[in-house]
Ligand binder design. Sequence first.
Ligand code: SF4
Length: 293
Amino acid sequence: MPKIHSPDVRRVLAERLRYYNELGIYDFYRRPQPPASNLAIAEPDLDEPAPPPQPEQREEMPRKSAVIAKPASENIFQVLHPKPEQNVADPVAALKLVREDLGECTRCKLHKQGRKQIVFGVGNPQADLMFVGEGPGADEDAQGEPFVGRAGQLLNNMIKAMGLRREEVYIANVVKCRPPGNRTPERDECDTCSPFLMRQIAVIKPKVIVALGAVAAKNLLAINAPMVELRGRFYDFMPTGARSSDPSWQGAKLAVTYHPAFLLRDPRQKGEAWKDLQMVMKCLGLKLPGKPE
Ligand code: SF4
């Protein structure tokens, strides 16, 4: 039985990975090694997806779209398949490459469920602050820009209250196509689309990311917890599989707050959201209201 690092197996794996890369899938995890007595590794069945992990393993394995703190160590797959925007210093050009790679995407079923257009993201490609929502709604789908409806107006007000302009931050979503009827994007849709968000983050290299709502938070952090537990602290965040070309960027701080659409439904929570934004402002060194310079 050939070893996994034999030239033939490596070549076949490289071809398979190139295929996955073309689908926009870049992140791969290696299961823990079995005990030495069981080290005879079966050749992987390259035509069949790996069986899903057992529930207890799934709980421990980060989702492929994100990881908290440090990324998984480099492996031959990432060396073999650098992303097109890597080593492109100009963030505008690098984001353009990510967008081109996304193309007229049909990678998940949202492409055939009534989307008018892909909503990639908008804002400053070198923003210190990035907002991430869950997915486009009807207004965003029509205009091709995230957060342009009523919830977008509220987000604009939140940004303004922080002393910033919308043009100074970057805004994107976990999925880039509108889910039908504004339903919550499903797990497979998030998993398929979020690698492109990770690549946007790696290009922009924000100091702080604000996850807007539970869907964005859970997808970015791979934590299944209620909002009340997710809010009120920073998480160290590094996008998995999307390396920054800048060795000085060690990832972002990530905070969680309520989605503006939720705040429209329950304005009583605006005070709590403002606490979250003040925490972010402090981290970014922005002047807090009522405090002298
Ligand atoms: S949601 Fe993302 S992965 Fe799915 S079709 Fe749209 S761009 Fe592609």
